[in-house]
Design a protein around this ligand. Structure first.
Ligand code: PLP
Length: 405
């Protein structure tokens, strides 16, 4: 009889967002007049920008002609997009990344999950706590995480890197040797960023131990502080120890379009094997590329008008972040993140737990948030607020939160 992958049977239920939705539904059915503002959404709400729409329209027209029709594209992505990425996201910041080191994909989520295919099952893995759940769960599915310890909310074989107030939610390398390290900056859920010095410590650690850093910078476009690195490859030594994931989802409103990319330097080798070659083999075997029309749309954000339009949307969200952060801080709340990220990590006053604070804000302010503990035990005592909503609704929601205490 067929045996299933028993690692899947160890997976805890993914309750966080369904629990949040259930509690909101229960509240609104008991209070039909309540108008809930969802500062819990992790999805963009602004429409695609005109330059992207035009590029996609033009590409659709092309596809309707014999000369312009595109069938299967290169598994790695069209060269026009990889060249635009290399030039605009890297060369412009003084980082030499060639198109051969870039793999266009249908999402940073898929890439972060699939990258485990090229690593042996015996590698040790470190993730942040709190964490974007994809990193831990996909390692559990592959058998690298051990057993799920329900009481602790942790996997037995993973190393957890505490991201807490004391370290500015940016962890230091552990004392022990870990093979694979997932880092995400700007961070989901805390909104924290890592400094150059902090990243340098990680790069040195990885090069010294033969580890690999899997660096998720899906929220890179929200960085505005010139001191904050946009890419791990801005750090000296990273080309020999890091893989970077980027996405058009939050940068350009592509969550429904699906386009992202992963950078694997040609210099990156372990045991004499180039990881770029392994990922290329993996992608060519299991992936048939991102649609031509979507890649044309993505490339449009690198034109001067496309860039300006996309930055306007980012600015809209950044303004929401600013309103949330500054208004809540002025009312005495402790807020973290939100300056270079679309997430604000709000501390519950008086040592209250995440879920109690969630319920209080839902009831007294009619605002939905995401309980921090849902991202890991070290998220207890926090809720995550997002800046992806409507500006007016966000402003009003914040005013209501201010009045709760
Ligand atoms: N990485 C992080 C940290 C995220 O928060 C998200 C989405 O919320 C993703 C990756 C997913 O990106 P994509 O839409 O490209 O799959």
């Amino acid at each position: 009889m067929v045996k299933v992958n028993e690692n899947f049977l160890k997976m805890p239920g993914s309750y966080l967002f369904s629990d949040v939705a259930k509690r909101i539904a229960a509240y609104t059915s008991a209070h039909p007049d309540a108008r809930i503002t969802k500062l819990s959404i992790g999805d963009v709400t602004r429409p695609l920008v005109p330059a992207v729409i035009k590029a996609m329209h033009d590409a659709v027209e092309e596809m309707g002609t014999f000369e312009g029709f595109h069938g299967y594209g290169p598994e790695q992505g069209y060269l026009f997009l990889r060249e635009a990425i290399a030039q605009n996201d890297y060369a412009s910041r003084g980082v030499a990344i060639s198109p051969d080191e870039i793999f266009v994909s249908d999402g940073a989520k898929s890439d972060c999950g699939n990258i485990g295919d090229i690593f042996g099952v015996d590698n040790t893995v470190a993730v942040c706590d709190p964490v974007y759940p994809v990193y831990a769960d996909t390692n559990a599915m592959a058998g690298r995480a051990g057993d799920y310890l329900e009481q602790m909310g942790r996997w037995s074989k993973l190393t957890y890197l505490p991201c807490v107030e004391e370290n500015g939610f940016s962890p230091e390398p552990p004392k022990e040797k870990v093979d694979i390290i997932y880092l995400c900056f700007p961070n989901n859920p805390t909104g924290a960023v890592a400094t150059r010095e902090q990243l340098k410590a990680w790069v040195d650690y990885a090069n010294a131990n033969g580890s690999i850093i899997l660096y998720d910078s899906a929220y890179e476009a929200f960085i505005h502080d010139p001191e904050v690195p946009h890419s791990i490859f801005e750090i000296e030594g990273a080309l020999t120890c890091a893989i970077e994931f980027r996405s058009f989802s939050k940068t350009a409103g592509f969550t429904g379009n699906r386009c992202a990319y992963t950078v694997i330097p040609l210099e990156l080798e372990r045991g004499g094997t180039k990881l770029n070659g392994l990922w290329n083999r993996r992608q060519c075997t299991k992936f048939n590329g991102v649609p031509y029309v979507i890649q044309r749309g993505a490339a449009a954000i690198y034109t001067p008008e496309g860039h300006a339009q996309v930055m306007e949307s980012i600015e809209y969200y950044r303004n929401n972040s600013k309103i949330i952060r500054e208004s809540l801080a002025s009312a005495g709340y402790q807020c973290f993140g939100g300056s270079n990220a679309p997430y604000i990590w709000l501390k519950a006053p008086g040592g209250m737990g995440s879920w109690d604070f969630f319920s209080l804000l839902l009831d007294k302010a009619n605002v939905a948030t995401t309980p921090g503990v849902g991202f890991g035990p070290r998220g207890e005592g926090f809720v995550r607020l997002t800046a992806f909503g409507d500006a007016e609704a966000t402003k009003n929601a914040v005013e209501r939160i201010k009045k709760v205490f």
